[in-house]
Design a protein around this ligand. Structure first.
Ligand code: ADP
Ligand code: MG
Length: 288
């Protein structure tokens, strides 16, 4: 059972824009030993700029963007939002004949009679589509597009670190809490972000279920300390539920993530995690 005083802590937290769904989660936060972060939209802004559009031979840039934007019309993924914004024009809903989000990989859609794939290289490879000019070592995320079973081009987008993300990582590391970054993004992108932030450990090219497996591994490695996961996306729901304390960033976060989380940070600031931990310790001090 949880000491009654923790219920007072829940009220204090809510006044700071931190929603705690149970007193036991505040208690768990005082035992945190590892914080696992999702990358896109959690440590980075998840607001991408389209930097470059590279159509493949035989495809026009304008056509590539039109088809890609239509395929991304119904996705809440930060990548989708940025592509729609960069395209600029309105999307004709009548053009979208079929649409499916492939979790952690991208979009499969039927647009204007074309079969369309938009996302990671592996999404195209799974359908046997070759990417002739797959690039590595690029500082940015490449979105690959296939139209009617043919490679149609790539769109280079770049993300920025969130305000306060680096300071949050440093504060955690300085107080002896291990930090880990998990991402479905490419290894080269993950490496440069991890380096910029100073996270202790990172793992890239993960599917949503791989993130769950990593959190489980970290939980098994330390039966005393608690493992916190911080994420924001639809894909993060399973891992938010699995961690000792699942924390969703509420500002931009998906409904699924907010629903699955134990704690919701209403403002889109990683530093609010430190506030949540401070409130937990402060509440504990009052109780004892
Ligand atoms: P992260 O783990 O960094 O939050 P996700 O698991 O959400 O990333 O997605 C992993 C990767 O899958 C992205 O980096 C992107 O390459 C691709 N992807 C996912 N959803 C989409 C989409 N709607 N459009 C294009 N690419 C996508
Ligand atoms: Mg994400």
């Amino acid at each position: 059972s949880v000491p009654l005083g923790y219920f007072g802590g829940i009220g204090g937290a809510s006044r700071q824009g931190i929603l705690v769904k149970g007193a036991n989660y505040l208690e768990a936060l005082t035992k945190v030993k590892t914080v696992v972060f999702d990358k896109t939209g959690t440590l980075t802004q998840g607001v991408f700029d389209v930097v470059k559009i590279n159509p493949a031979k035989g495809f026009e840039a304008e056509f590539l963007m039109e088809i890609t934007a239509a395929a991304e019309a119904h996705s809440s993924h930060p990548i989708a939002k940025s592509i729609r914004e960069s395209y600029g024009s309105a999307i004709d809903q009548g053009d979208i004949e079929d649409y499916e989000e492939v979790s952690g990989k991208g979009i499969r859609a039927r647009i204007k009679g074309y079969d369309v794939l938009v996302g990671k290289a592996v999404l195209l490879k799974d359908s046997g589509i070759l990417i002739p000019d797959e690039e590595h070592g690029i500082k940015g995320t490449l979105v690959y597009v296939a139209i009617s079973g043919k490679y149609a081009g790539q769109i280079l987008i770049s993300d920025r670190l969130k305000f306060g993300a680096k300071e949050t990582i440093r504060a955690l590391e300085n107080s002896g809490v291990k930090t880990v970054m998990l991402t479905g993004d490419h290894q080269t992108v993950a490496e440069s972000v991890a380096q910029d932030l100073g996270v202790g450990e990172f793992h890239a090219d993960l599917l949503p279920q791989d993130k769950v497996a990593w959190v489980e591994k970290l939980m098994n490695g330390d039966s005393q300390g608690k493992v916190v996961f911080v994420g924001d996306g639809i894909n993060d729901a399973p891992v938010l539920m699995r961690a000792d304390v699942g924390i969703a960033m509420g500002g931009l976060g998906s409904d699924a993530a907010i629903e699955a989380a134990d704690v919701v940070l209403m403002e889109d600031q990683p530093a609010k995690l430190l506030t949540a931990i401070e409130i937990a310790f402060f509440t504990k001090k009052i109780i004892w």
